[in-house]
Design a protein around this ligand. Sequence first.
Ligand SMILES: [Fe+2]
Length: 227
Amino acid sequence: MPYKLVEIIQDTWPQIYRPSVSVNQSFMQQELIYKKVILSENECNIISNYILENENFIKSLGPDIYPGTTENSLTGRYSIFNFLNIEKVNHILEPKLRKIFNDLKLKYPIYVQCWANTYRKGDYINPHKHNPNNNPNQFMSANIFLQGNVEPGTKYFFNDNVKDIKNKKGEIFIFDSTLVHSVSPYQGNDIRITIAMDIHNEIEKYYSEEHCKSEYEFNKIRYYKFE
Ligand SMILES: [Fe+2]
């Protein structure tokens, strides 16, 4: 069965796709996808400027713990700085995310890990998924494209099909955390900037309450809580 990306590219969003495709060897299929332009050009610029102005500071907070990018990446600080904790960013992003969560009928509380990625010439991120398990619907991942050339796009691996999606400025793309994705080496002389997120809800389906507390409630640097 073909993947659903052709339909995603059409304009009838917001839509949720739950395709019933078969599980295939190393890559899991997507279970939920949503896309929408949610940020204006000005809002993208405000967040991008904040990211660039604070990039070195954030890098100084801890080591790059992620091996799938070029060295000393901002991405590799994903767990030690949450942009939703920054008022200037939160003021823009929080209400827009909350509206999406409501549209998707997600159950609160929702815990969001929110980090940023900067790609200068040659920077990339290897194919990866955010979920260490292979449990679709456990949590969702997302990205928002803030600035840069649309080439290369973000590659998504749907079963045996790889689709390179050209991002639009201010567009959020939400997908299942088991979906493998990557960005090829950036060729531009400017800086490609994106926000990435993991969105956890209904976690009690998978973990004990105690586990949720230790993972989310007690790690407010890493997770922002939507109540
Ligand atoms: Fe990612």
